[in-house]
Design a protein around this ligand. Sequence first.
Ligand code: NAD
Ligand code: MG
Length: 305
Amino acid sequence: METPPAGPDQYTMRDPSTMYADRVPDEQYLPGPGTDAEMAQNVPADHGEDSYRGSGRLRDRKALVTGGDSGIGAAVAIAFAREGADVVISYLPEEEEDAERILGLVRDAGRTGVGVAGDLSDPEFAKQLVDRAVAELGGLDILVNNAGKQQHVDDVTDISDEEFDQTFKTNVYATFWLTKAAVPHLPPGSTIINSTSIQAYAPSPHLVHYAATKATVNNLAKGLAAQLAPKGIRVNAVAPGPIWTPLQPAGGQPPEALPSAGEQTYLGRWGQPAELAPAYVFLASGESSYVVGETLHVDGGMPTP
Ligand code: NAD
Ligand code: MG
């Protein structure tokens, strides 16, 4: 499917109510974690490949972005690199193709781009990932806890203990393990950003276990912000609304909900990963020096606290 470029860049004034109007997903299901490579055959997502323009806002910073192979994490990795940061991304082994594409774009920006495959629901991998990032980048000053698992289940009696456990391990425990491993390496001026969700505030009935993890990750950002501020480390969160990423057709929503999932927003459409990246850049950069424990909502307009 041909879609017009979103560009020429993120600074250009555009009508947000008509942007991406042609990127309406159809009913589909992707097995496993889902990939952007598969989505691109149908309705591709925009990660800012042709539009994100950097302006030195993260010059020589050292970033670890989990789940940086696709979706929001991929847009963040591209933006960070174009803003001057070296970037390590993590991903699952079945996402190699997506990861290689994004690492290519990071390197095209003239920055170091390193991929590390592994399962973040395993505490050993989470710790090794931080050590590897520190070794590859010669230190670490940005941690983006972005990897996440979302599977819709209509009835609480159908949520298996394994599904509940795996969702908490991936979304909550990994955030804890990564943060715990990273903090000793983070110099003053470093930033941690957690990907939370509108679900943290407005849980959907078919996503209760996922929504509970996002409320926890959001709360962790606020508690850790207070704890780590005296060390000069700022912790914040980004709360996306419905964003067109592989997680959604890969069981995040029922296939029949995909065409209309963005309609409940004020803008009446899905968001694209490229529209999330500037929020992460802002929170990572020194320009947000007095923004601490904040949740930045990027959701097309929805009632939030
Ligand atoms: P995505 O599928 O592109 O990214 C999620 C990534 O998580 C995957 O690429 C994968 O690499 C990683 N991941 C999942 N399970 C993992 C595991 N066990 N070990 C290691 N990595 C694992 O989808 P996305 O929507 O860009 O998701 C990024 C974050 O944004 C998630 O935390 C998600 O909950 C959050 N979010 C997404 C939306 C949305 O509408 N897409 C809305 C709110 C919040
Ligand atoms: Mg992926």
